[in-house]
Design a protein around this ligand. Structure first.
Ligand code: DGY
Length: 325
C-alpha cells in the first residue's frame, strides 16, 4: 500500500480512485501552511497530489527519495521545476484539456464584472447605498462591440474568443505562432503586443508563466493601453508587474483590472490593489466549477495510479531518464 500525500481536500472521485487502486491517500485536512506541513506530508510518500500554490522545490524532492510522482491538480506547473524533478527521477504531471472552458467562463465573468461594476455596486447596495436612482451612478463600459485583445491564443484564449463573438466584439490576439485556421474560424486578427495594447478595450491574459512571460505586462505596456481599457488576468500574477499595475491604477492611466491571480497568493489584505474601486479580485478560482475541479482531481489521481503501477503517466510535463521505482 503506497502512501499518497494529497495537499488539500479535493472534490469528485479522486480519493476513491486512489483507494480502489490499493493506495493510502493521506489528505491534509485544512489549508496547508507553507513550509513544514508540506515537507512533513511528503515524508515517506510515494506520490503527491499538489495544488498550484504548493511550491515543490528540488530540495524537497531530493529529501524524499521514495517520491515517484508529483501530480499537480492544475494545467500550470510553475510551482515545480519539471527539469530538476526529471533529473531526480520524479515524474511531474498536469491536467490539460479539462479546464479551458470553465476558466474562460470565469475570465469573461471578470471582464463583465469590471466593465459594469458588478462587485462594486453589489457592495454599495448592501451597504445601503441605493437610496435614490441616479442616471450617472455606476456608469460602465460597453462590452458589445468593444475590442478584446487576447494575449496567448491557446485553449483558454480561444475559448475566451468564442465567448466574445457572442457579444459582437472585435478580436485581436498576440501569440508566438500564427494560427491561421483558428484565426479564420474566430475572425481574430494576429497583431504585435504593442498594437493589441493600443487598440483593445479589454486585454485578457492567457499565457503560462515562463521566463519569457514573467513581467510581460509592465509599465511600458500599461502605458500603451487606452485610459479606459480593462486588464483581465486569469493566467498568473507574475505575468503582470504588479507594482506597475498599482501605479497605473493610482494615476488613472487604465480603466480598471479584473484579477483572478496575483503575486503573492493569497494577496495580503494591506495590498493597495484592494483599495481601487475599479479593481475586481477573485481568489484564483477560474477553474473552480464542481465538474471541472472534480475532473482535475481525478486526472491527477489517474496519473498517480499509472506511475505507482510502473506505467508512464497520462499527462507528463517531464520525462525522467531513470524514473524512481
Ligand atoms: C491552472 O490549472 O493552472 C489554474 O490556474 C488552477 O486553477
Amino acid at each position: 500500500m503506497a502512501r499518497v500525500f494529497v495537499t488539500r481536500q479535493v472534490p469528485g472521485r479522486a480519493i476513491e480512485r486512489l483507494q480502489e487502486a490499493g493506495h493510502e491517500p493521506d489528505i491534509w485536512p485544512g489549508e496547508l501552511p507553507p513550509g513544514s506541513a508540506l515537507s512533513d506530508g511528503l515524508a515517506g510518500a510515494a506520490a503527491a497530489l499538489t495544488m498550484v500554490v504548493d511550491r515543490i522545490a528540488p530540495d524537497l524532492l531530493a529529501a524524499n527519495p521514495g517520491l515517484r510522482i508529483v501530480a499537480n491538480m492544475a494545467v500550470g506547473y510553475d510551482n515545480i521545476d519539471p527539469a530538476a524533478a526529471a533529473d531526480l527521477g520524479v515524474w511531474v504531471t498536469n491536467t490539460p484539456g479539462v479546464l479551458a472552458e470553465t476558466t474562460a467562463d470565469h475570465a469573461f465573468a471578470l471582464l463583465m464584472a469590471a466593465a459594469r461594476h458588478i462587485a462594486l455596486s453589489d457592495r454599495d447596495t448592501r451597504a445601503g447605498g441605493w437610496r435614490t436612482w441616479s442616471p450617472t451612478a455606476f456608469l460602465g463600459n460597453d462590452i458589445h462591440g468593444a475590442t478584446l485583445g487576447i494575449v496567448g491564443l491557446g485553449e483558454i484564449g480561444a475559448a475566451m474568443a468564442r465567448r466574445a463573438t457572442g457579444f459582437g466584439m472585435r478580436l485581436l490576439h498576440t501569440s508566438r505562432t500564427p494560427k491561421p485556421d483558428l484565426e479564420r474560424d474566430l475572425g481574430i486578427e494576429r497583431v504585435p503586443l504593442d498594437d493589441l495594447l493600443a487598440r483593445a478595450d479589454f486585454v485578457s491574459l492567457h499565457t503560462p508563466l515562463t521566463p519569457e512571460t514573467r513581467g510581460l505586462i509592465g509599465a511600458p505596456e500599461l502605458a500603451r493601453m487606452k485610459p479606459t481599457a480593462i486588464l483581465v488576468n486569469t493566467a498568473r500574477g507574475l505575468v503582470v508587474d504588479q507594482d506597475a499595475l498599482i501605479a497605473a491604477l493610482r494615476e488613472g492611466r487604465i480603466g480598471g483590472a479584473a484579477l483572478d491571480v496575483t503575486d503573492p497568493e493569497p494577496l495580503p489584505l494591506d495590498n493597495p490593489l484592494y483599495s481601487f474601486p475599479n479593481v475586481v479580485i477573485t481568489p484564483h478560482i477560474a477553474s473552480a466549477s464542481h465538474a471541472t475541479r472534480a475532473r482535475m482531481a481525478e486526472m491527477a489521481a489517474e496519473n498517480i495510479i499509472a506511475v505507482l503501477a510502473g506505467r508512464e503517466p497520462l499527462n507528463p510535463v517531464n520525462r525522467p531518464a531513470a524514473p524512481r521505482a
